[in-house]
Design a protein around this ligand. Structure first.
Ligand code: NAD
Length: 475
């Protein structure tokens, strides 16, 4: 049923830019694209959208977001199928992403109703006793939202939901590889009552992206994607607010007192979810030498049981990478590591865009696969001799999102929380855990701002203070 709906909604048209299924290579739809010459009309529409959005009451913003959440929920099978077809995520993973997008929209509605500002206690300091007032949360105006390929629905919801809740207009530039889920989400928002001009979707190349980012009227760029793109955007943005949700290279520490079965299961999932194309995916696993061999053998055995293949099959655990080029790049990095002395424990087979789950051991620290973001189904195992060494190795990359530690020692876990350089420390879990209402972002190089609905909403609004100077001579 979902397939029929998909064909009806997304027709293949040679005049437009085609979207391809990363597993089958088939064109599954197309989107109209524009170039940088369209920037004036994009901004004109966004300006009008900004006036409209600002005039919407909190109730109407919240009602739209709630209705959109319900519509996505009702059409969950369609959205999940679309995610599978354009991103290559497995159907199980796509179902989960769709359910999370429903939550993200519902949380955004709640934020619109709840987070309107607060009283300012002017009379708390001497000299202001006669003053009373509050601050409100005002829209920023026009926000540019730029999203990556890997969570084509929920990461778009994480930008549109809070921006709409805050009364902003959005110029949305989804990944050119996965624009269909984003387009359908915008259509659902309009069906739910959002005036059309509030969100302008722009499909196009880096040039049109650059024109949007550098436009003076755009008050904020909310970007999720890779470091190289983030750096280009930061250079061309000029004086405006930037939110940068960039890459990760997460380490997980497994102590000698850990529940090894739990650690193995969680880390296999954390490393290979979405074929490793996951900003909080586990890339390095540091294991106490006391349990290293047991962990390694169980981890490799568990990894070899993963079923790699067609993401539409319920039984598939690992689907394709987003393109064959991405898979070949990952394989080349693994081959370089092996040439440099790393040991291949399993995987490293390439079948088109499928890259089999790959486990390496003893990877030299200078190898890209150790210190850069892999964004591929590749994980590195490394034994350590002391807790201090584990912390130092976990922290030795200059950017980070989440990390994890498996231990049954609470004091140890809390020391790790204090000393690990990461924005999230998962205790007895892999790095791959995110709850859509928690603060979420990077910790070191390049990180700016936080997502997680309340936090994005606050980044996407600005305060306005009202202060009443109460005269005491009025009877
Ligand atoms: P990417 O940087 O290649 O592309 C991201 C977006 O930027 C796309 O929409 C692309 O069209 C656009 N873009 C490219 N050049 C541009 C320019 N000059 N101006 C404006 N826009 C431009 O990233 P990707 O390959 O789609 O996604 C993978 C990356 O995203 C990984 O590094 C991953 O870690 C990161 N990511 C981060 C998070 C997070 O929340 N921190 C979440 C998911 C993915």
């Amino acid at each position: 049923m979902a397939d029929t709906a998909l064909k009806a909604e997304c027709t293949v048209d040679d005049q437009l830019s085609a979207v391809y299924n990363p597993y089958s290579g088939e064109a599954i739809g197309s989107v109209p694209t524009v170039d940088a010459g369209a920037i004036d009309s994009i901004l004109r529409r966004a300006r009008s959208g900004s006036r409209t959005a600002r005039a919407m009451s909190r109730a109407s913003r919240a009602n739209v977001l709630e209705a959109a959440a319900r519509l996505v929920e009702q059409r969950a099978a369609f959205f999940a199928s679309l995610i599978v077809k354009e991103s290559g995520k497995t159907i199980t993973q796509a179902d989960k992403e769709t359910a999370r997008a429903v939550n993200t929209l519902a949380l955004s509605a709640a934020e619109a109703r709840r987070n309107a500002g607060e009283m300012v206690p002017f009379d708390a300091l001497e000299g202001s006793e006669h003053r009373k007032g509050w601050f409100t949360r005002e829209p920023l105006g026009i926000i540019a939202a730029i999203t990556p390929f890997n969570d084509p629905l929920n990461l778009v919801a994480h930008k549109l939901g809070p921006a709409i809740a805050g009364g902003n207009a959005v110029i949305l530039k989804p990944s050119e590889l996965t624009p269909l889920s984003a387009l359908r989400l915008v259509r659902v928002l309009v069906e739910a009552g959002l005036p059309e001009e509030v969100v302008t979707v722009v499909n196009g190349n880096a040039e049109v992206g650059a024109a949007i980012v550098s436009a003076r009227e755009v008050r904020m760029v909310s970007f999720t994607g890779g470091f190289a793109t983030g750096e280009v955007i930061a250079r061309s943005a000029g004086l405006k607010k930037l939110a940068m949700d960039l890459g990760g290279n997460a380490a997980v520490i497994v102590m000698e007192d850990a529940d090894l079965d739990l650690a193995v299961d969680s880390c296999v999932s954390g490393a290979f979810w979405a074929a490793g194309q996951n900003c909080v995916g586990t890339q390095r696993i540091l294991v106490s030498r006391e349990v290293y061999e047991d962990f390694r053998d169980a981890f490799v055995a568990r990894t070899k049981r993963l079923r790699v293949g067609d993401p539409e099959h319920q039984s598939t655990d690992v689907g394709p990478m987003i393109t064959e080029v991405a898979a070949r790049t990952a394989r080349a990095k693994v081959d370089t590591a092996i040439t440099s002395g790393a040991t291949l424990l399993c995987g490293n087979q390439l079948y088109g865009s499928l890259f089999t789950p790959t486990v390496l051991a003893n990877v030299p620290a200078e190898c890209a696969i150790w210190h850069e973001e892999a964004f591929a189904p590749v994980v590195c195992l490394q034994p350590f001799d002391s807790f201090d060494e584990a912390l130092q190795r976990s922290n030795e990359v200059d950017f980070s999102l989440h990390t994890g530690i498996f231990t049954s020692n609470l004091d140890r876990a809390l020391s790790a929380v204090q000393l690990l350089e990461a924005s999230g420390v998962m205790i007895n879990d892999s790095s791959d855990y995110r709850f859509d209402a928690m603060p979420f972002g990077g910790f070191k190089y390049g990180s700016m701002g936080r997502e997680g609905v309340r936090f994005a909403y606050e980044e996407m609004t600005q305060s306005k203070v009202v202060c009443i100077n109460q005269r005491d001579d009025v009877g």
